[in-house]
Design a protein around this ligand. Structure first.
Ligand code: BTN
Length: 241
């Protein structure tokens, strides 16, 4: 592979039917996945994984600080149909992965994963051509200081290697991605924070009721229910200040 000339490649591990490309440091596993798709080299269940990234990014193009020792991965799946509900399936898969190692996770809409109210994992989902790229960053050994919300790392709770975490994650992806949405929705609601709490949506206050059968956010105000898509909801009691 040409990439070996540019980046140190740590290994190539077959893992429960996935092909895993493991790098020490690359700019971004997500950008790498884009390149693979653009070059027509993408295959279903191709995983790009790095120990560190020099140009990691998250939702809304925010920088994703990517020091050595955390999990940075982008998983490519064939996706002839774009299903936005996949965001919830991924959240449940990650939450179940953490539960499997004794951690009690919380999901913050749509798929931030928190522990004790502090963000430990972020997810970036991008549809490109006939593929979906699921970018996941999980803090294992370090957590950045971020304006606006608190962060944490797995090492505060457990000892786990990147390889074990990835392996458990992929197993859970195989369980939760094909699971019917009603079941995913039930699990998501059980694990979500902010249900029945006041949230801010586009600068206004609502009660967060949950998600509906289509994956829309259900908000309530003055006895009127609103089903909305996209954007972010802010849970005031989770902010730093
Ligand atoms: C977010 O919370 O904004 C999503 C963060 C997603 C970060 C992951 S780390 C692996 C993959 N590569 C990237 O550059 N971004 C995603």
């Amino acid at each position: 592979m040409v990439v070996i000339l540019y980046y140190k490649m740590m290994g190539y591990t077959p893992l429960v039917g996935y092909k895993v490309l493991m790098f020490d440091k690359i700019p971004s596993t997500q950008t790498y996945a884009h390149g693979v798709i653009e070059r027509g080299k993408a295959t279903n269940r191709l995983v790009i994984c790095a120990m560190a990234q020099s140009a990691g990014y998250g939702r809304h193009n925010r920088t994703w600080v990517s020091h050595h020792g955390n999990l940075y991965t982008s998983i490519i799946y064939e996706a002839p149909i774009r299903r936005p509900q996949i965001a919830y399936s991924v959240a449940v898969a990650i939450a179940k992965t953490l539960l499997s190692v004794g951690i009690k996770p919380q999901i913050k809409w749509p798929n931030d994963i928190l522990i004790e109210g502090k963000k430990v994992c972020g997810v970036l989902i991008e549809f490109i051509d006939n593929f979906v790229v699921i970018g996941i960053g999980i803090n294992i050994k370090s957590n950045p200081t971020v304006t606006g919300y608190k962060t944490t790392k797995l090492e505060n709770y457990i000892n786990i290697t990147t390889e074990e975490l990835l392996s458990r994650l992929l197993k859970n992806m195989d369980i939760w991605l094909p699971t019917d949405f009603e079941n995913v929705r039930t699990r998501w609601m059980e694990l979500a924070i902010g249900i029945n709490k006041n949230v801010e949506y586009r600068g206004e206050n609502f009660k967060f009721v949950g998600i509906d059968a289509n994956g829309a956010i259900v908000l309530e105000r003055d006895n009127v229910t609103h089903h909305v898509y996209g954007d972010e909801i802010r849970i005031p009691y989770l902010q730093n200040k």
